[in-house]
Write a protein that binds this ligand. Structure first.
Ligand SMILES: C[S@@+](CC[C@H](N)C(=O)[O-])C[C@H]1O[C@@H](n2cnc3c(N)ncnc32)[C@H](O)[C@@H]1O
Length: 450
């Protein structure tokens, strides 16, 4: 309890918002924490870790609970289920909290939420688990590889199956393990405007731990700070939060001063602002997204970065815009996708995509690619990207695009660091896999109009 706020209750509220109302975890956590700005850093870190960890390890946690509880997780009331899940997460993964404290807090919370009768149940299940979980065996790897990987790495079986098929056992296990590792935040330094040493100094003077990010010299990984909104380098628009994989899009697009660039799906503006920066104060980036709410996010970033060559507007990328026909030097199609590449940062994604939704996503992506193709001027470039590792959204869409539009793939190698060069990058595309590469899962293909 701090300043009248009960930490466990806040955790329960956040988890219910994510599980019951379908809110994205990072948004639910951010909203809750910004309501209670006065919470000390340690408490904020605890709340964030328990919420993220409970979600990340949900399948393993449910396997543990179901092994010791008479009532299975799927039959429990949502609040009791989340109290138990977050309790098991703390017992299994957080040495800093004594098991007895976890049990006591969970029982008190159940009572406060009106489940007086269930106090003995919560107490019994958690105390048994605390005593015995170390003896519990995982499903047998030899008898059922998919189930084993699913429980060990908390990944739904259908996704494990698909990745085993696409990438084989070794890479799949690397990907699964990587998703569970904690990730630092990556930022792009706006070196065209501010010397990198000045940015480094500003961050470290505020106590931030700064380390070089992989692949790009102007990217840093930052940690050990309370709130990014309080960092001078952020407030002054000297840095932009962005994964290195996403920064590679602007590298590959290779804009020239004065280019006209259409970003079909731009919010919150990461790639638009990056290509804008690469053109100095020249050229125009026409940053579009489907709703005013999304465009507001782009505008917030344009204002913070004081960018003069990026303009945001509402435009549905599936609808043909006659005024854009054959006009753009570069079109960015960073299409909506299943997001499997960023499961490490947004763990709820793994529980949400169904086969039907997967098919709908591919149809939407192809519609946007059809429109994007129409806006590229002869000799111009289309960069297609996603933050997923699903083949149907990446390589299969790329092949489909080549068969249906007068474009050819173009090598990415001149724009990528040597260590990312491969047979496919020489052809014109790159599939980044978490654990195999040092970034989120991400796909980039570069096409030039014939
Ligand atoms: C992967 S995100 C884009 C990230 C962005 N390019 C960046 O680097 O910050 C995909 C975006 O597609 C947008 N979107 C979804 N459907 C769309 C449509 N029909 N037209 C335009 N944008 C759409 C979503 O609102 C979302 O902002």
């Amino acid at each position: 309890m701090t300043n009248g706020i009960n930490t466990r209750e806040l955790i329960l509220e956040i988890l219910l918002e994510i599980e019951e109302e379908g809110r994205h975890s990072h948004i639910a956590i951010r909203n809750a924490l910004s309501k209670y700005q006065f919470l000390p850093r340690q408490e904020r870190a605890f709340i964030t870790r328990v919420c993220e960890g409970t979600l990340e390890y949900r399948i393993l946690i449910d396997y543990i609970i179901d092994s010791y509880s008479k009532v299975t997780v799927d039959k429990m009331k949502p609040a009791i289920r989340e109290i138990l899940r977050s309790g098991v997460y703390q017992i299994k993964f957080m040495d800093s909290v004594p098991d007895s404290a976890v049990c006591n807090e969970a029982v008190k919370l159940a009572q406060r939420k009106g489940f007086y009768n269930l106090k003995p149940f919560v107490n019994g299940v958690l105390r048994t688990i605390a005593r015995e979980y170390k003896n519990l065996e995982l499903p047998s790897r030899e008898q059922d590889l998919v189930r084993f990987l699913s429980v060990k790495y908390s990944m739904p079986e259908n996704l494990v199956n698909r990745w085993l098929e696409a990438y084989g056992e070794e890479k799949t296990e690397m990907i699964l393990a990587e998703f569970l590792k904690e990730k630092p935040v990556t930022v792009r330094c706006r070196i065209h405007k501010y010397p990198q040493e000045e940015i480094y100094r500003s961050l470290t003077e505020q106590g931030v731990k700064v380390t070089p990010a992989p692949y790009l010299s102007y990217a840093y990984e930052i940690s050990d700070y309370n709130h990014i909104l309080a960092l001078d380098a952020f407030i002054q628009g000297k840095i932009q939060v962005q994964d290195v994989s996403s920064m590679l899009v602007a590298e590959v697009a290779d804009p020239k001063k004065g280019d006209y660039i259409i970003d079909m799906c731009a919010a919150p503006g990461g790639k638009s602002l990056h290509v804008g920066d690469k053109m100095g104060d020249y050229g125009t980036v026409d940053a579009r997204d489907v709703s005013q709410q999304k465009v507001d996010l782009i505008e917030e970033n344009i204002n913070r970065l004081d960018s003069i060559n990026v303009q945001a507007r509402v435009m549905d990328a599936t609808v043909f815009d006659v005024d854009s026909e054959l006009k753009a030097d570069i079109v960015l199609a960073d299409v909506p996708c299943s997001g499997y590449g960023v499961i490490g940062k947004k763990p709820e994604i793994k529980y949400r995509v169904t086969p039907q939704k997967q098919e709908e996503i591919v149809i939407l992506q192809r519609t946007i690619l059809d429109r994007a193709a129409e806006y590229v001027k002869p000799g111009g470039v289309l960069v297609f990207s996603t933050c997923t590792i699903a083949k149907e959204e990446n390589e299969e869409n790329m092949m489909w695009f080549m068969n249906n539009h007068p474009f050819k793939l173009e090598s990415l190698d001149p724009f990528l660091p040597q260590e990312l060069h491969s047979e496919t990058t020489a052809l014109g595309y790159l599939q980044l896999l978490p654990g195999v590469h040092k970034t989120d899962g991400f796909f980039i293909a570069k096409f030039r109009r014939k």
